[in-house]
Design a protein around this ligand. Sequence first.
Ligand SMILES: Nc1nc2c(ncn2[C@@H]2O[C@H](COP(=O)(O)OP(=O)(O)OP(=O)(O)O)[C@@H](O)[C@H]2O)c(=O)[nH]1
Ligand SMILES: O=C([O-])CC(=O)C(=O)O
Ligand SMILES: [Mn+2]
Length: 595
Amino acid sequence: MSAPATGHRDLLTWVQQVADLTMPDRIVWCDGSDDEYRRLTDELVETGTLVRLDPGRRPASFWARTDPSDVARVEERTFICSPDEADAGPTNNWVAPDEMKRTMTALYRGAMRGRAMYVIPFCMGPLDAEDPKFGVEITDSAYVVASMRIMTRMGTAVLEAMGTDAEYVRALHSVGAPIEPGDADVPWPCSRTKYISHFPQTREIWSYGSGYGGNSLLGKKCYALRIASVLARDEGWLAEHMLIIKVTSPDGRVRHIAGAFPSACGKTNLAMLDPALPGWKVETIGDDIAWMRFGPDGRLYAVNPESGLFGVAPGTGWTTNANAMRTLARGNAIFTNVARTDDGDVWWEGMGDPPAHLTSWTGASWTPGSDEPSSHPNSRFCVPIGQCPTLAPEYHDPRGVPIDAILFGGRRKTTVPLVAEARDWNHGVYLGATLSSETTAAAAGEVGVVRRDPMAMLPFIGYHAGDYVSHWISLGKSAPAAALPKIFYVNWFRRDEDGGFLWPGFGENIRVLKWITERLDGRGAAVDTPIGLVPPPSAIDVSGLPATDLEAALRVDPEEWRAELPLITEWFERFGTKLPAVLWAELDALKARLG
Ligand SMILES: Nc1nc2c(ncn2[C@@H]2O[C@H](COP(=O)(O)OP(=O)(O)OP(=O)(O)O)[C@@H](O)[C@H]2O)c(=O)[nH]1
Ligand SMILES: O=C([O-])CC(=O)C(=O)O
Ligand SMILES: [Mn+2]
């Protein structure tokens, strides 16, 4: 479709303004149809952005390689442009909205020359929600259109639902690589100059220079977290970087659990967990983002606003995440920066035995003897969540599911035990606010550096991080304590002296979830330690588990925790007067308990 089937004046005006500025060859209004997807992916194959995989092995699936400089989110180039600098807080980059718009308008001028400009109406969350959250992304990347079709509800149905005057988030994206007359396009156009800018007051997103998912699929991190966290603050709800699962115990009891782990720290894997304990069932509702509101019964209800999975490929295999492998086997996937086999399949580290020869993510010939990994550590698969064999029917329910427990977790080699339960809501918020994790390849920059990552939202909070943790504290007062989810802190990544993981993880994590559900029932043994309630090794069901040093995985070493205190103090000091006093009180109480 290229004629706009909408009477939405504001949208029509904006689209025309953007076209006047960016000067594309043509404007394409996306309808979201199968036909359109086929046409776009055909075009992308022709231009070399996508390579079609063998339909026998990977039906309707494609392989993409990015420019080697455009492989991850760019936090240094991500900006929160609130009118008042103080509102961006100590954890965000800030530029005044006017100044940023001036700078970026100059970059956008003529930026789409030689390209099509696609208009993508999309909706985050079910279209039949009481208050559907609309967005429109304008982009000059067909790869973005194809990926947005997987990750969001988009197209004609959304445009119709928007009517003539629905509010929507304006999301503008350009790869920043106009094609001059006579020039040829490149397979992965992008620019050295990158800006990922958010204007929370006017609910706008302007992204320039990158085609990588986290920077270009603007419904995801930019809207569903950075802009939505501001909406959530204003409207009394939560937009969080969380997976959502439905857990059914052998006696048929259903629990819903949400979990916030930083990027590349295990959300997708836990969301698709294949339980190692017989009789347990885990179903998937979301793997990355949760929008949560209190219901009339005082309980917190969570919805997954996305419709696809944009998962880390390396480490995904039949022994670690069989459900992801099954989801991908059904086809309709876009793989980015993994390796391609000679017979038209994909491969990455952690999938099993490597084939004798591959084409690596850089396009180089690769053999098992090669020095470099075949796939980029942040290589990704993008696939419809509807294909997930463990998808819970409640995924489609616009009211969401009532959350019984919230997990906060990070990637820590030392110090943090496998699991600990918070004493109460405020202590749980303290655990979330002080969450720490080693950095990963999901963002550009050094990997393996421990940093504080409040609620796994450090790169995604659209306002002052102190106001954000205050919002969490105040929401705890809006419901009776008994209705609030219980909060737990987990760490699947603690290591022994030889560098091996102390806990087997993946499907075995059900053993930790089992203890958590027992705690929700008021059962399950726990030791009161300085940092929270920790199971004694005997409280974790190890039936059928090969020898595991649970003692070491669960250890709370006061020495290690005392070493954290100055780091946490320094972290809290960065919030200035915005840090709620109750969190300082929690830190003082921890100090006292550690002696
Ligand atoms: N050792 C261990 N590794 C895990 C576990 N769960 C996940 N991983 C690995 O951690 C990496 C990231 O896992 P994901 O589940 O994709 O992480 P994520 O939080 O969804 O990542 P984003 O999509 O970036 O938000 C993968 O390489 C996984 O194989 C676990 O329980 N134990
Ligand atoms: O946004 C991305 O690039 C991928 C992702 O889920 C994350 O980093 O948390
Ligand atoms: Mn994520």
